[in-house]
Design a protein around this ligand. Sequence first.
Ligand SMILES: Nc1ncnc2c1ncn2[C@@H]1O[C@H](COP(=O)(O)OP(=O)(O)OP(=O)(O)O)[C@@H](O)[C@H]1O
Length: 239
Amino acid sequence: MQIQVDIRKTLRSGARTFTLDAQFSSDSQRIVIYGPSGAGKSQLMKAVAGLMTPDAGRIALDGRCLFDRERGVDLAPQRRQVGYLFQDYALFPHLNVRQNIAFGLARGWFNPRARADDAAVRHWLQAFELEHVAHQFPHELSGGQRQRVALARALVPDPQALLLDEPFAALDPSLRARMRAELDALQRRLAIPMILITHDPDDARAFGEHILRMEDGKIAPVHTFEFPETNDGTRKAAG
Ligand SMILES: Nc1ncnc2c1ncn2[C@@H]1O[C@H](COP(=O)(O)OP(=O)(O)OP(=O)(O)O)[C@@H](O)[C@H]1O
């Protein structure tokens, strides 16, 4: 994957303003954007997904222009071909597992109940071992199952890249290690590019091939003592 981001956005809330001013480019399949809470990571991901409109700048993915303020390009989220895994998974409480996954195929007026037996939905139910809970609702699932449903919903439209907002934050520490390993295996199996944002250095170590640090709305240099550079130019865990 080749991604180029160069955006600016000012967010105002009462007297407080927050300025996102982020530039990076990468051709890694596993990008981690790492930084403290409030650094602007979610806003950056939302801009890539088309869920937030920057005031200025440009975003390109694999040579496709997703956003270019000057040229008036701003592709709708459904046309960007990126999957988005929300921090709290954002599953629909009134839809069962199968219908939640089918929602990923939504286009405009589409009704998820009508497409719930789609072949792609069946594929992801099977791939994530969710068939036996297909008729259960989100509140009847474990944390790991909820995450798998959200991943399946993001993957069902066959996106070109997957954006993951703090994918392990909602999980118990014991489950976190297992789901990190699952996501690691999934990325390798599907060879799908992923951009993961996190405030947890363990996520960056486990998953990051290209680690970017975000602070106060800006992409800052990575501290090499934390994630030393390897011979091939990627960053890995110390020790
Ligand atoms: N709609 C909004 N209006 C004004 N300010 C906002 C709005 N949304 C977010 N912000 C501010 O933008 C900053 C960045 O928020 P963002 O959610 O991107 O941070 P983050 O790095 O993802 O943090 P976290 O890990 O806690 O989710 C925060 O200071 C937040 O208060």
